[in-house]
Design a protein around this ligand. Structure first.
Ligand code: FAD
Length: 389
């Protein structure tokens, strides 16, 4: 069966001992942030690489907000995942620098940290409890009074109940990221095959991944195949039943507002708010865009944008930053996170020889992009693993 983060160590050990066979050409099925980063890393390692995806870069990775905030993602009962999440965060600065150096394209990495705000006193009880939990894990998050919050972010409503500063959090412009990764892959000679998904069938003849067979009879062979088709990973044709990953779509609706001459960008850092029990986040970009997200809905593969979903986001965001009411709406969109039953990503080797998998990153796929690329390439190359969960 595929491996989850919690079982990563065992998987990495398994693969290192068999890594001799995992060499030469690589085929990546799915060119979202995860697949693109895996492909680029392999190409930089001297591998010849092909990506099969009808529309690379335009799945969940295009819709996302680009928050890189593992501390706020550390929930009660999931603290065993924190070291991997922090390793993911730590890999970001050098990764961003390398992507920009390779392409000349900045990807909007921001290092101002994030501020967590409680709207009312009940919300404050919940955020205080979370801060104490984080402190018990050795994480640094600083309690802020209302005045301190507003000193850092003057557009915050005076009605908030308090906040927390998380200095290590980052954010990235995920659209600039996928555009730069597409370019980086092209510059390294990675080939793209944009045939429709219905034309793509995995070839696992003899219980070994051999590549992909297309509906016109073409065959793309590879020594190693990586399945990285996000929430569609379970639907790829030809996938043997025993390795179908337990991923399902978790819809997220999201808004992009634009600063105007009358209303400048109201935030300098990411804002995560708990508003009468519901979560909303606002991520500023230096180009004046403010990303507000996101709903979490289990509704199959539908990506409709609904009045109710957008209203809830605007309602909560406006309670904490009233000035957003004066900004222009740039875009309303919905994307599908690759969710798993236990919220853990599925990264590693499968029972099919030569078939690796990298999916199920849920709400944190942008955060995990560099680390996942590194781990998968460690598996391919038989190197000592970068991450030991
Ligand atoms: C609203 C929203 C907000 C989010 N915000 C954040 C955030 O702030 N921070 C964060 O870290 N994460 C965030 N995420 C999660 C993150 O976007 C995902 O976890 C991540 O993008 C998953 O990347 P991926 O490459 O696995 O999938 P995707 O980006 O979805 O890419 C999958 C690719 O597979 C292709 N494909 C599908 N079927 C096939 C097939 N049969 N053959 C070949 N190719 C195929 C698709 O065309 C697509 O390009 C957010 C997600 C959403 C929806």
């Amino acid at each position: 069966m595929p491996t989850v983060w919690g079982q990563l160590r065992r998987t990495l050990i398994d693969v290192s001992t068999n890594a001799g066979s995992a060499s030469s050409d690589l085929l990546v099925v799915g060119g979202g942030a995860i697949g693109l980063a895996i492909a680029w890393e392999a190409a930089r390692n001297g591998r010849s690489v092909r990506i099969c995806d009808p529309d690379p870069g335009h799945g969940a990775s295009w819709v996302a907000a680009g928050m890189l905030a593992p501390i706020n993602e550390a929930h009660f009962g999931e603290d065993d995942r924190l070291p991997v999440a922090l390793a993911a965060l730590n890999s970001w600065k050098s990764f961003a620098a390398e992507v920009t150096q390779a392409t000349g394209q900045p990807i909007g990495l921001r290092e101002e940290g994030s501020i967590v705000v409680a709207y009312d006193t009940d919300d404050r009880v919940a955020t205080d409890r979370m801060r104490l939990f984080h402190a018990s894990l050795g994480l640094t998050a600083t309690e802020l009074t209302i005045a301190e919050c507003r000193k850092l972010e003057p557009w915050l409503s005076p009605d908030i109940a308090g906040g927390t500063l998380v200095e290590g959090d980052l954010s990235v412009n995920n659209r600039a990221l996928v555009e730069a990764l597409l370019r980086a892959n092209e510059l390294c000679g990675v080939e793209f095959d944009r045939r429709h998904v219905s034309a793509i069938q995995l070839d696992t003849t003899g219980a070994r991944a051999r590549g992909v067979i297309f509906d016109d009879g073409d065959h793309a062979n590879a020594d190693v195949v990586v399945l990285a088709a996000g929430t569609w990973s379970a639907l790829v044709q030809g996938l043997p039943a025993q390795v179908v990953p337990p991923v399902h779509p978790r819809k997220g609706q999201i808004l992009r507002l634009r600063a105007t001459a009358e209303q400048p960008q109201p935030l300098t850092r990411s804002l995560i708010a708990l508003v009468q029990g519901s979560n909303v986040y606002l991520v500023p970009r230096s180009n004046g865009e403010l990303v507000i997200g996101a709903t979490q809905e289990d509704r199959g593969f539908h990506t409709s944008v609904t009045a109710g979903g957008i209203w809830e986001l605007l309602r909560d965001a406006r309670l904490v930053i009233p000035a957003i009411g004066e900004m222009e709406i740039g875009e309303m969109a919905a994307g599908l996170r690759p969710a798993t039953p236990d919220n853990a990503a599925i990264v590693g080797r499968t029972e099919i020889d030569g078939l690796l998998i990298a999916t199920g990153h849920g709400r944190n796929g942008i955060l995990f992009t560099p680390l996942t690329a590194q781990i998968i390439n460690d598996l391919i190359e038989g190197r000592a693993p970068i991450a030991q969960a």
